[in-house]
Design a protein around this ligand. Structure first.
Ligand code: ZN
Length: 296
């Protein structure tokens, strides 16, 4: 892969549950059929750790079961029991740990989220200092539930997650989700949104989003965002990007991806700067005001 910077890997749990056509969950692990070639695999917590270690991962995730939402409480509770067992085995498999994160599950039930976290902290308490999890993730959200429900789950559980370790909200989200959840105390995110939306011609800017295929950009010779310092904005117009997208050129995906990743990295950099300067509340207000101006 040739990547000499930090690597974060997921356990494969979410991928099995979201992509595999056939899967069978057993206490020991999950048997599933590859969506690529139909071959059968059996993924256990131990195998997931082994794979992540082989990849040279710096931040690894415990294997978890990711139930679909909405699910009834009994289903979520059963899933939570299995995930807790797998987290314990993941921690056992890794030995000396400075890289494995736990994943808090529990769907949209606040009491089950608390139970999940309490049991994770209990696993840690039964070990010597420094051998617990390196950080704590909130999983099983951003799977189709309304935004407000997601914010509420984060808001309810966040005060109980230890503050001396990174807190990671998995699979989130839009620029608005990020700024809102940072305000709620989240430190880390991951999401396909900047890259997948780029490939679909959806560009993020300070003043709202741009769907580059729209006819209004046909003769628009401005950059995507004239305050953006990325390679795409420095060198190409909206009209040219629209032409590339409409022609099905791979370069459209590349240039759009460069811009969207730059936008996300800049946004998060601004969040960090404003937090350290004590200006986050004002920054958040201005962010929402500008984004609401909209290009759509
Ligand atoms: Zn740009």
């Amino acid at each position: 892969m040739g990547w000499d910077r930090p690597i974060l890997t997921d356990s494969g749990g979410f991928q099995v549950f979201s992509l595999a056509k056939l899967r069978k969950i057993q206490e020991n692990g999950v048997r599933f059929q590859s969506h690529i070639d139909g071959s059968t695999h059996f993924l256990t917590p131990e195998l997931s750790i082994q794979i992540q270690q082989s990849l040279g991962s710096d931040i690894m995730m415990s294997l978890d079961e990711c139930p679909a939402l909405p699910s009834d409480k009994e289903t979520i509770k059963k899933s939570l029991d299995l995930t807790t067992l797998w987290e314990q085995r993941s921690l056992d498999a890794i030995g000396h740990n400075d890289s494995l994160f736990s994943i808090i599950q529990g769907g949209t039930y606040h009491d089950l989220r608390r139970e999940s976290l309490d049991r994770i902290l209990d696993i840690e308490h039964r070990r010597s200092a420094g051998k617990g999890f390196a950080g704590h993730a909130i999983g099983g959200l951003s799977v189709g539930e309304p935004n407000e429900v997601m914010y509420e789950v984060v808001n309810e559980i966040e005060p109980f997650i230890p503050k001396d370790k990174p807190r990671y909200l998995m699979g989130v989200g839009t620029p608005e989700d990020l700024v809102t959840c940072i305000d709620l105390g989240i430190d880390m995110f991951d999401c396909v949104m900047p890259t997948r939306n780029a490939r679909n011609g959806h560009l993020f800017t300070r003043c709202g989003d741009i769907k580059i295929k729209q006819a209004r950009y046909h003769e628009d010779f401005l950059p995507v965002d004239d305050t953006c310092s990325c390679y795409t904005c420095k060198n190409f117009s909206r009209a040219y990007l629209r032409h590339l997208f409409q022609s099905g050129e791979i370069l459209a995906s590349i240039l759009n991806t460069i811009h969207n990743l730059h936008y996300y990295l800049t946004l998060l950099g601004e969040c960090r700067k404003n937090i350290s300067e004590g200006n986050f509340a004002a920054f958040k207000k201005e962010f929402f005001k500008l984004r609401g101006m909209g290009n759509e």
